[in-house]
Design a protein around this ligand. Sequence first.
Ligand SMILES: NC(=O)C1=CN([C@@H]2O[C@H](COP(=O)(O)OP(=O)(O)OC[C@H]3O[C@@H](n4cnc5c(N)ncnc54)[C@H](O)[C@@H]3O)[C@@H](O)[C@H]2O)C=CC1
Ligand SMILES: N[C@@H](CC=O)C(=O)O
Ligand code: NA
Length: 438
Amino acid sequence: MNTEGDKPLKVAVLGCGVVGSQVVRLLGEQSGDLAARVGAPVEIAGVAVRRLDAPRDVDVPAGLLTTDALGLVTRGDIDVVVEVIGGIEPARSLILAALENGASVVTANKALLAEDGPTLYEAAEKAGRDLYYEAAVAGAIPIVRPLRESLAGDKVTRVLGIVNGTTNFILDKMDTQGSGFEEALEEAQALGYAEADPTADVEGFDAAAKAAILASLAFHSRVTAADVHREGISDVTSGDVRSATDMGCVVKLLAIAELNATESGEEAVSVRVHPAMIPRSHPLASVREAYNAVFVESEAAGQLMFYGPGAGGAPTASAVLGDLVSVARNHRQGTRGVGESAYADRAVLPMGETRTRYHVAIDVDDRAGVLAAVATAFATHDVSIQTVRQEGRGDDAQLVVVSHEATDAQLSATVEELRGMDTVREVTSVMRVEGTDE
Ligand SMILES: NC(=O)C1=CN([C@@H]2O[C@H](COP(=O)(O)OP(=O)(O)OC[C@H]3O[C@@H](n4cnc5c(N)ncnc54)[C@H](O)[C@@H]3O)[C@@H](O)[C@H]2O)C=CC1
Ligand SMILES: N[C@@H](CC=O)C(=O)O
Ligand code: NA
């Protein structure tokens, strides 16, 4: 570790793809400003790539390129390793080797942090080095640092986020242009937002990883991707989107982490990713196209909104470089930044015990007693109805019921019962409603 004079700080970059190439570009273009901000030159010591001759979006001097990532991080003179390879292995082994060899780590790897964050934190702690990851959640948007530091004196009660650009783009097109799901997905792919295999985006895996990281930070507990209830947007229909519009809402894929009371009255963490209707007046409703936003509620500060580009090479590299400067300053001063904070050790609430509201659209025969039968199904499971609207269509009718808050188990049992009723032709739309004051 360099602490003396203005000895250059040596940085190894692992991966030179969408994000890595922009990190390398910015390190070159902004070297003067970075040196001034850190107090010493920041020098690229090596860039690990999979293929030396692959085309890339930045010119890297041949002498810096290597296919031996492990050799680079263990060579003994590296101060900071920037991991932008992604995935679980070899990223995890490389990060652990970097820490063991005395380097601090900056990573954008949400999948790894959400799967095995504690192993990385413990290794950083043991090595006395930093592990920073602002880019891993909502790209360029500062949200990790605000939760780790700015709000460290407050009690966060809820985090609601739009943390996946691809799915927000698709839902926005369905809402504003009446596009179908497949059509909107093709557009997202053509614009380069979605992955070649967009499953991680569309099925909510990417958002679930980010939700786990947000929940861990907000509630000072260890939450992993496996703890997150996850539903994607592939089943969201144009009918759901129209239904949302009819009730003054918009459909968004939300990552939600909140404190809920358990049956025994203790505080537990509810963490989930699913499509939900939110009122158009909610700040998250105005998040358009591929943008991200995170809405935080805390006891003292109240409501805070963090908004900006959540994906893309340059925006993500901005967050990586911000971390790099912080870590470099820590190195220069011989200190460490904030480490893991998991002291609260709160349990994760099972999804069935999470309290939420449902919007249910039901096709029924338009005849006497049907409304009463539907209301009885809700009452049987102790779910209180907030509003009910009927749209008649000859002999057919559609009932749109919005419930008050109940447990997810009560609500899903109600929907199951509705589906089995003779008077119900079809339950055409079921969606949770979030972001409302009950
Ligand atoms: N692209 C984005 O908008 C965002 C990406 N991230 C995260 O940033 C990380 C990087 O993502 P991208 O740059 O988009 O991915 P990418 O696939 O464009 O780049 C990864 C690069 O790593 C290289 N690589 C793979 N194995 C390697 C190895 N063993 N040694 C050296 N290089 C190796 C690949 O050849 C590829 O060029 C991931 O963790 C991702 O989740 C986070 C926020 C936004
Ligand atoms: N595929 C992700 C990229 C960043 O995490 C997204 O669409 O948001
Ligand atoms: Na961020």
